[in-house]
Ligand binder design. Structure first.
Ligand SMILES: NC(=O)c1ccc[n+]([C@@H]2O[C@H](COP(=O)([O-])OP(=O)(O)OC[C@H]3O[C@@H](n4cnc5c(N)ncnc54)[C@H](OP(=O)(O)O)[C@@H]3O)[C@@H](O)[C@H]2O)c1
Length: 264
């Protein structure tokens, strides 16, 4: 078994379930100690113990609401107070809300920006300098295939993921040659609690194909990060679509996404 992460610590946000928990398991399997964070303290406690026992790594659960203003700083302070350091930051916590912008709830729309964008930037800003100073580790950001085009009927979610993709690619370039890795994982539909919270279960998109298992998505993301791949799109169909979209007229793309995000 390879243990290339031995002596390093990976902080994984949104690690109480879904893709984040499986990403945490990939890092643990490679010897990384873990810091697991999300809001659900009990789930974090249980999963930290399970992963520590299974892989013989350290695993520290820290429950924080990263959607709250100052959530990122609160988490960074809690990590420092425990005398822990972060080599790899996995910005995975995020959510989407389906539906037209008109009539949507203000707190949910702004909440997506707070969690998917603001907290991700805040945490990266905290840990980035020490990664560069140590010339190792890096950032694995979880965006989505939503990042590659605007998303009528899920506008803020798509825009938030476009931000994550753009930010990640820029950081990848800034880190080039330093030994610090940056990858942006772009999953398509994936089995997790995402759909339940997003309310996307009735859309045309949700009827096309079977969502990928979250562990498969996590494994592809982990391998991509290890190889410092700038962008990792999971699934062949998702990759083909993402590469074709820039060559289509924008008006056509908007019509297609609007149709896919419409209830059937
Ligand atoms: N599933 C998909 O189809 C899909 C596709 C593309 C991209 N993604 C992206 O993948 C990432 C992971 O999503 P998932 O599919 O694994 O969904 P999930 O099962 O709903 O997991 C989301 C994670 O984020 C945490 N979280 C939510 N709100 C939080 C907050 N305010 N503060 C801290 N943690 C919070 C949740 O834990 P708590 O509830 O305990 O806080 C949970 O651990 C997201 O960024 C999502 O946008 C998902």
């Amino acid at each position: 078994m390879t243990t290339s992460g031995k002596g390093q610590t990976a902080l994984v946000t949104g690690a109480s379930g879904g893709i984040g928990l499986d990403l945490a398991e990939c890092f643990a399997a490679d010897g990384y100690d873990l810091i697991l964070t999300a809001r659900s303290a009990d789930a974090l406690e249980t999963e930290a113990k399970r992963l520590a026992d299974k892989y013989g790594v350290g695993a520290t659960p820290i429950a924080v609401d990263l959607g709250e203003p100052g959530g990122g700083k609160k988490l960074a302070d809690a990590i420092a107070a425990r005398g822990l350091d972060v080599d790899v930051l996995v910005n995975n916590a995020g959510y989407g809300i389906a539906g037209a912008f008109n009539g949507s709830r203000n707190n949910e729309q702004l909440g997506m920006i707070d969690l998917n964008v603001r907290a991700l930037v805040e945490l990266t800003h905290v840990f980035w300098p020490s990664m560069l100073a140590k010339k190792r580790g890096g950032v694995l950001n979880v965006a989505s295939t939503a990042a590659f085009q605007p998303g009528p009927l899920m506008a803020i979610y798509y825009a938030s993921k476009a931000f994550v993709l753009s930010f990640s690619e820029a950081l990848w370039k800034e880190a080039e040659g330093t030994g610090v890795h940056v990858s942006c994982l772009c999953p398509g539909p994936t089995q997790s609690n995402f759909r339940q919270r997003a309310g996307t279960g009735k859309t045309r998109l949700s009827r096309t194909g079977t969502p990928m298992p979250s562990m498969l998505v996590a494994q592809q993301g982990y391998r991509g990060f290890r190889d410092n791949r700038r962008v990792v799109i999971t699934g062949t169909r998702n990759a083909v679509v993402a590469h074709v979209v820039p060559f289509l007229p924008r008006r056509t793309v908007l019509g297609l996404v609007h149709s896919m995000q419409s209830p059937v």
